[in-house]
Ligand binder design. Structure first.
Ligand code: MRU
Length: 386
């Protein structure tokens, strides 16, 4: 995606030194554009845990590059294998909900554990990190193409119902999204945003309702930033606004991302996603999820008789609820201010799980399917007997 006309990905090897990995430090967006160099395993742990990088696919890619950097760091170590197992565990512990992280770390471990890897672990880890990254870009692009068809259908229906000659705005497709499942959460394109960018680029009129997404405001600061950079019409709304908009016919569809989708179609995503899905179901608004296969946990389904699967839900520091930061327009500085009384405790659950019955469809790189085991296995037949 472009920033001020220049193409960027969210993570890339330093052009002059492949041992250094560069990222956009997303903590500073939208007010400052900061590139950070990551050189050690500790740098990667901090970058993922403290959300310099975030979003399930990007966390996966970053973790793979973290394993590569760890392999460089421990290359002279006598107990290289043990150090790498420790590195894998440390990276996996940084953020528990997104399955992409474990998927990426395990993929690197699997490749460098093979006897043929002996002496070539660093190069192989880099090859795997590049592969995961390129695959993510390709999957996001395909999600865009599949989701585009849904947006196009809604646009055509609206055109027929009310031709633009009667009301020029009536065929605009209004899409609500939550958090940031855009290119900043991935490497490029995004998952939830990929169909939106594809539609916009093809001249289909879209408008995006952007949930601010408290407490870290990924919608207000990141989704709004990237949509603005791409020229996509959008409006930032307070988190509680979606239900009202849906009741008044102002949302044609919801598209969100996912950190972990089970083999039976339950969707873990940013806290508040479930409430949007409930409001969408109550108002007959289709609710779609952009799901790259790297975000599917094929080993997981709800236990017998239960609706919700056992997905680890990250609990973050209460300080993220107590404090908010933003640009002081008078001084031009970014400042942090307290929102809550000093004596009030706060809780900070970062994700929730939306039951499959509330999901209209999963938009994967292989096509759109029902949020069910039949739907997913229909597209990913190789997972049938797992
Ligand atoms: O806590 P974050 O910012 O990492 O949460 C991100 C989300 O919840 C995204 O919707 C999800 O990772 C999908 S990203 C394509």
């Amino acid at each position: 995606m472009n920033i001020k006309g220049k193409h960027y990905r969210t993570i890339w090897p330093h052009p002059d030194d492949e041992r250094v990995i560069q990222i956009i430090d997303q903590r500073h967006l939208p007010h400052r554009f900061v590139i950070e160099d990551l050189k050690t395993l500790e740098d990667f742990e901090a970058a993922i845990r403290d959300m310099h990088v975030r979003g399930a696919p990007l966390i996966g890619s970053a973790a793979a590059y973290g394993m590569y950097v760890a392999a460089l760091q421990f290359s002279a170590s006598q107990n290289f294998d043990e150090k790498m197992r420790e590195a894998a565990a440390r990276l996996k512990a940084t953020r528990p909900t997104a399955v992409n992280l474990a998927y990426a770390v395990d993929m690197v471990m699997k490749v460098i554990d093979q006897p043929v890897a002996n002496g070539h672990e660093q190069e192989l880890a880099l090859v795997v990190a590049h592969h995961i990254t390129e695959e993510s870009v390709a999957h996001c692009r395909s999600i865009g193409e599949h989701g585009l068809k849904i947006i196009e259908e809604i646009h055509q229906r609206k055109l027929q119902q009310s031709p633009p000659i009667v009301n020029p705005k009536s065929s605009i497709v209004n899409i609500l999204t939550h958090c940031n499942a855009g290119w900043l959460a991935c490497i490029d394109h995004g998952t939830a945003t990929a169909p939106i960018y594809a539609a916009h680029d093809r001249g289909i009129p879209v408008h995006v309702w952007v949930d601010e997404t408290r407490p870290r405001n990924q919608g207000a600061s990141l989704t709004a930033f990237e949509l603005a950079e791409h020229g996509v019409p959008h409006t930032v709304i307070a988190d509680n606004t979606g239900g009202h908009l849906m009741q008044h016919g102002m949302v044609d569809m919801v598209i969100v991302g996912t950190d972990r989708t089970t083999r039976t179609g339950e969707v873990a995503n940013k806290i508040g996603t479930y409430l949007k899905a409930l409001a969408a179901a109550d108002n007959g608004v289709p609710f779609y999820v952009g799901v790259p296969s790297s975000s599917i946990d094929w080993s997981l389904r709800p236990d017998q008789g239960r609706e919700l699967p056992d997905i680890p839900i990250e609990e973050r520091d209460a300080g993220e609820v107590h404090f908010i930061s933003g640009l002081d327009e008078k001084s031009g500085e970014v400042r942090e201010v307290r929102l809550t009384p000093k004596d009030s405790p706060a809780a900070n659950y970062a994700f929730d799980v939306t039951p499959a019955r509330l999901v209209t469809g999963l938009i994967t790189e292989r096509g759109v399917c029902a949020a069910s085991e039949e739907g997913l296995v229909g597209l990913f037949a190789e997972q049938k007997d797992k």
